[in-house]
Design a protein around this ligand. Structure first.
Ligand code: SF4
Length: 109
């Protein structure tokens, strides 16, 4: 399904700072490990944790809730960032997201 409006990220980094879990699927792990020139095993050991439901892996955070890969105002893995990150707020969002996200609506077509 293609929504009529696409929200373009303004790189405010708010969503990189919310406490919570950044889910990683197999494709995310493969792409990020390769980008970091690490084996998938080492990447998993160093940068991931089990999700609370024990149904998969998530990135670790910095302890203050910020993403482990947030570097100043940049994402250290921007070209290969997880699908959860690149998808927000277009593929998923939550009630009230527009109060905390600066993405701007763009008309398609
Ligand atoms: S909160 Fe919204 S505008 Fe800010 S970085 Fe995340 S997606 Fe982009």
């Amino acid at each position: 399904m293609h929504p009529a409006v696409y929200y373009q990220c303004q790189r405010c980094t708010n969503c990189c700072r919310w406490p919570g879990f950044v889910r990683l699927d197999d494709a995310d792990i493969t792409a990020i490990a390769a980008y970091l020139q690490m084996t998938e095993h080492d990447f998993i050991q160093q940068y991931t944790r089990l999700r609370p439901q024990r149904d998969g892996l998530a990135l670790i955070d910095k302890g203050n809730g910020e993403c482990i890969f947030l570097a100043g105002r940049d994402c250290a893995v921007q070209p290969v960032k997880p699908a959860q990150c690149s998808g927000f707020p277009n593929t998923w969002s939550f009630p009230g997201w527009r109060d905390v996200c600066e993405a701007r609506p763009m008309q398609k077509g």
